[in-house]
Design a binder for this molecule. Structure first.
Ligand code: HEC
Length: 157
């Protein structure tokens, strides 16, 4: 019986690993550090840009004007109610300055992890509302309106 259980968990572990083998980075939940389960992702987000992000941990849309424009409109639908129309902060914290409750948000990987998996309270996991490609677009808009110290913009490095 014990052996069977052991075998079972080994199987589960190998299945979990195989779903993320195409990635060079490991995405972790902002609060728990647990590996994020991308099988929850909405359909349509597995684009070239997302694949590149999963290799480098950097958002290829940061310099893409079209993507940033679309990100702005997605942000207005899904985030502005809590974070303000200029990401100046409301119910949730401001996202345009250089103060982060979660310092990992200074990197694209950290910001994606927080969006996908959520944080405390009202900040629920965003995979419910947006696919992974849309999250990258929203992130690109957030970076585009950054008004903090340029030295702290780690995602540019
Ligand atoms: C229902 C309200 C609500 C919505 C909708 C919402 N957020 Fe949040 N958000 C919050 C709250 C509250 C926090 C603070 C959570 C914490 O400190 O753990 C937060 C935290 C964050 C943080 C961490 C900020 C820091 O200082 O580290 C980021 C980044 C963020 N939200 C981005 C977004 C984006 C982008 C969207 C839309 C895709 C979004 N949020 C949608 C309420 C919301």
């Amino acid at each position: 019986m014990k052996f069977k259980q052991l075998l079972g968990s080994a199987l589960v572990a190998s299945v979990l690993c195989s779903t993320t083998t195409y990635a060079d980075i490991t995405l972790r939940h902002a609060l728990t550090g647990a590996e994020l389960d991308l099988s929850f992702a909405k359909k349509g987000g597995d684009t070239e840009a997302f694949k590149e992000f999963m290799k480098t941990g950097k958002n290829p849309y940061n310099t893409d004007k079209e993507a940033i424009k679309e990100g702005e409109s997605l942000y207005m639908t899904g985030c502005s109610g809590c974070h303000g129309h200029e990401a100046e902060g409301k119910l949730g914290p401001g996202l345009a300055d250089d103060y982060w409750t979660y310092p990992r948000n200074e990197t694209d990987q950290g910001l994606f992890e927080l969006l996908f998996g959520g944080a405390n309270g009202m900040m629920g996991p965003q995979y419910v509302n947006f696919n992974t490609d849309e999250m990258l677009r929203i992130m690109a808009w957030i970076r585009s309106i950054y008004n903090g110290n340029p030295k702290k913009a780690k995602w540019l490095k």
